[in-house]
Design a protein around this ligand. Structure first.
Ligand code: ACO
Length: 309
């Protein structure tokens, strides 16, 4: 079956580790509360790096891993809602930083924590059309720039980072997906008087633990891909308890779920891409492997995909 396939992956973190004890010096919280409620132990914050810096580092590492030069890439998709500036797009700036040619389509996708899934769906459709050869897809977020550091209900959850993959369309590839949108800007969003991230945590939790298993189960049903054919499952890293709850409601054993939220916190559109980068570095993404990824977030939006290495 034809579809995109991953040629290489990379990642980058913010430059400073911030522990839960560090967060307890800023807001009224504790290491015990954060660990128990979320599984997070630390997060990386970009003090001296921009969002673009992290996107560039992740991209260079993915291109090196893939053995692909900037001139060979003709599509760059950056998934983020925390651009350093509203325009030019991050993708356009990144093309300049990487030294890509001028015959290139660059676009940013703003779908919050579902962003990387939406970016891959978009890239797969564009590459399937035959007008593009190789795509660089990045999830990058500097959430510290939009966090309300007076709100303990949200600020302890987030981290900064970027992940990137290089893909090409191949007869030997595989890509299937589903997605959805349930417009509601009161439960989860970024803006308002403070221009910061706001969230009704329990509502988001309920949404995630029902919608993500449903999305995964529907994708498995639609594709007829058996549990043994999927090597790893990556859920958006928002909360360890959400991931564990999802694992109980789908056909894949808990061991197939890759998790890094304990070290990174929630990095929104970057989270699944960072997982792929880490897994690649650990030698887990050998050619032929299939990974099921599932994201949810602001919108409310959700989506799942099966992608092949
Ligand atoms: N430290 C200590 N206490 C806290 C903290 C904190 N950081 N935050 C909240 N509390 C308190 C609350 O004030 C509340 O106390 P009260 O009962 O006296 O009012 C109590 O803890 C329980 O608060 P809840 O919000 O009900 O806690 P809950 O069990 O729902 O856990 C959490 C909160 C972890 C946020 C959970 O709801 C969750 O993970 N939701 C999903 C979040 C998510 O997935 N977000 C993804 C989107 S992010 C994006 O799009 C950028």
């Amino acid at each position: 079956m034809a579809g995109i396939r991953i040629l290489g992956c990379g990642y980058s973190y913010g430059d400073r580790i911030v522990t839960n004890d560090d967060m307890a010096k800023i807001v009224d919280t504790s290491d015990a509360w954060i660990r128990r409620k979320t599984g997070i132990r630390q997060r990386y914050i970009a003090e001296n790096k921009s969002n673009l810096d992290m996107a560039q580092e992740a991209s260079l590492s993915a291109m090196k891993c893939a053995g692909v030069t900037a001139e060979e890439i003709d599509l760059i998709v950056v998934c983020t809602f925390t651009q350093d500036d509203p325009t030019p797009s991050m993708a356009c700036k990144l093309a300049g930083k990487l030294g890509a040619g001028n015959d290139i389509l660059t676009l940013d996708i703003n779908s919050a924590c579902s962003g990387f899934i939406y970016g891959c769906i978009t890239a797969n459709a564009l590459l399937a059309g035959g007008s593009f050869r190789k795509a660089l897809i990045i999830g990058a977020e500097k959430l510290s720039s939009r966090a309300d550091m007076t709100d303990r209900r949200t600020c302890v959850l987030f981290g900064d980072g970027a992940g990137a993959i290089v893909c090409e369309y191949s007869e030997d590839g595989f890509f299937e997906s589903n997605f959805g949108c349930m417009p509601n800007d009161t439960i989860l969003g970024c803006g308002g008087d403070k221009g910061a991230i706001y969230m009704n945590g329990p509502e988001v939790y309920r949404f995630a633990v029902s919608k993500i298993p449903q999305s995964i189960n529907e994708l498995v049903e639609k594709t007829k891909v058996g549990p043994d054919e999927i090597d790893y499952v990556i859920c958006h890293q928002a909360n360890m308890r959400i991931i564990d709850s999802v694992a109980e409601k789908v056909v894949f054993p808990a061991e197939k779920f890759y998790k890094n939220i304990q070290n990174t916190g929630n990095t929104s559109a970057a989270s699944i891409a960072i997982c792929l980068g880490e897994m690649c570095e650990k030698g887990l993404l050998t050619p032929g492997r299939k990974i099921l990824c599932s994201g949810f977030g602001g919108g409310l939006t959700w989506g799942s995909m099966i992608i092949k290495v």
